[in-house]
Design a protein around this ligand. Structure first.
Ligand code: G1P
Length: 326
């Protein structure tokens, strides 16, 4: 089955994007610019997420936003005057860039008045789902998971395997179709970093890249972490999560944790699996991850890649000479 056929058969209708955070790790930039609008090369993180959501067939993007972050929604408007000006000046490629976000899908703002946690944010999206929508996606905009679209998945593959190339979300939806319940994306991290993540207790399945989740714990002490497989910002959730979210109490950090609602579903016998991600992942949530993401996307850009490669080599050579590393 090609990824195109797959997305038609197993389409995600709604993708929820929690985007109400304060972006404190990006101060002072985030005094006036929401973190989700900071660009990777030239495209804001929120637009990359919208592209990835559209690639799994989503037509609704439920953006959970804070009262002071209206600019995130503005990014999806049509900007007719700007388009007209650019087109009158023959700047077609720039006008296409302006139009892209508006044409991808339908963004719906859901306001979160108070920062009560990721679980609370996801719970607010229930009203956006259609009545017959049995599952939905969640994409955390801090996490960039590559490849993002089937097209880039295919260019990353050899001709032999290109027909089956799938993005992480597509694989997760396929696993949900086969095994039911909820499916999350996992990556391996060094054990000492597990305190930053939701950590999975897993059992093998007959598919090497799919594990059954028998427990999940939010940001444990590394000594107590059940594994070094952690949640990385992509979720395909059964609608039952909303009921579980209503029943949890504040957990780690005094917040309502999505992890705790997933753990509740597991305890009640609902199927939860992870797809173990083998591709690249970037953390746009802090400058230490944002900078390499820009270097990676920059190097892959036809426009900026060749010159950036030359500049980076010089910067690295200078750095090595200065630090006595060469
Ligand atoms: C959230 C989740 C955590 C997950 C992480 C992935 O934490 O609560 O389970 O592993 O995203 O990025 P946050 O990074 O928002 O603290």
């Amino acid at each position: 089955m090609t990824s195109k056929q797959l997305s038609e058969a197993l389409r995600v209708g709604t993708v929820v994007v929690p985007a109400a955070g304060m972006g404190t790790r990006f101060l002072p930039a985030t005094k006036t610019v929401p973190k989700e609008l900071l660009p990777v090369v030239d495209t804001p993180g929120i637009e990359l997420i919208a592209e990835e959501a559209a690639a799994v067939g989503a037509d609704r993007l439920a953006i959970i936003t804070a009262p002071n972050k209206q600019e995130v929604m503005r990014h999806f408007e049509a900007f007719p005057d700007l388009v007209e000006t650019l087109e009158a000046r023959g700047k077609e490629s720039q006008s296409a860039k302006v139009k892209r976000a508006h044409s991808l899908l339908n963004p719906i703002a859901v306001e979160q008045d108070k920062p009560l946690g990721l679980g609370h944010a996801v719970g607010l999206a229930e009203s956006v789902l259609a009545e017959d929508e049995e599952f939905f996606g969640v994409m955390l905009p801090d996490d960039i998971v590559l490849p993002m679209t089937a097209m880039t998945a295919m260019t990353a593959m050899t001709a032999m395997t290109a027909m089956t190339a799938m993005t992480a979300m597509e694989q997760m939806v396929a696993v949900r179709d086969k095994l039911g319940g909820s499916v999350l994306l996992a990556v391996e991290v060094p054990r000492e970093q597990t305190f930053n993540y939701g950590v999975f207790d897993i059992q093998d399945t007959d598919d090497e890249s799919v594990k059954k989740v028998v427990g999940m714990v939010e940001k444990p002490d590394p000594a107590d972490a059940p594994s070094n497989l952690v949640a990385t910002g992509r979720y395909v959730l059964d609608r039952k999560i909303f009921d579980a979210l209503r029943r949890i109490t504040p957990g780690k950090g005094g917040e309502l944790q999505l992890t705790d609602a997933i753990e509740l579903l597991i305890q009640e016998g609902e199927p939860v699996h992870v797809v173990v991600h083998q591709g690249t992942r970037h953390d746009l949530g802090n400058p230490g991850g944002y900078i390499p993401a820009n270097v990676d996307f920059g190097l892959k850009s036809d426009v900026y890649g060749p010159a950036l490669y030359t500049q980076l080599k010089k910067i690295i050579a200078d750095y090595e000479a200065e630090k006595g590393l060469s």
